[in-house]
Ligand binder design. Structure first.
Ligand code: 5GP
Ligand code: ZN
Length: 114
């Protein structure tokens, strides 16, 4: 599988992993856009949220957000506030085709996003 995030899951490519469980892995973004910028990905490869079969979405997306919230607490951004983002497809700005949740914190966020 020629997917960089699958390679991070398997340990083939190094990453700064901050948390992991049976369903998901959380690691630091290589090009952080905030003092805390972590990516939370399913251990199974799904190209995007759209590609997750409908009957698996509650489980897959629930596990991703569950770990993101835990990491926000673990890294100390939960109290001040943080943002979770899922970029999907071309217009959504997705550049890596393995479903991931961005967890951004440690600075004031703005709206609307770019
Ligand atoms: P997207 O644009 O698809 O929503 O987000 C992809 C994210 O993956 C970007 O923020 C980018 O910096 C990050 N990224 C791309 N390649 C790597 C990598 O090899 N290692 C890590 N840790 N992050 C990566
Ligand atoms: Zn993958």
């Amino acid at each position: 599988m020629d997917c960089i995030f699958c390679r991070i899951v398997s340990g083939e490519i190094p990453a700064t992993i901050v948390a992991r469980n049976e369903f998901a892995v959380a690691f630091r973004d290589l090009n952080p856009q905030a003092p805390t910028h972590v990516l939370v990905i399913p251990t199974r490869h799904f190209e995007s949220a759209t590609e997750v079969p409908e009957d698996e979405r509650v489980a897959v997306l629930g596990q991703l957000l569950r770990l993101a919230v835990a990491v926000a607490e673990q890294l100390g951004v939960a109290l001040g506030g943080y943002r979770t983002v899922i970029n999907t497809g071309k217009q959504g700005g997705q550049t890596v085709d393995h479903l991931h949740v961005h967890l951004l914190g440690g600075r004031q966020m703005h709206w609307p996003p770019g």
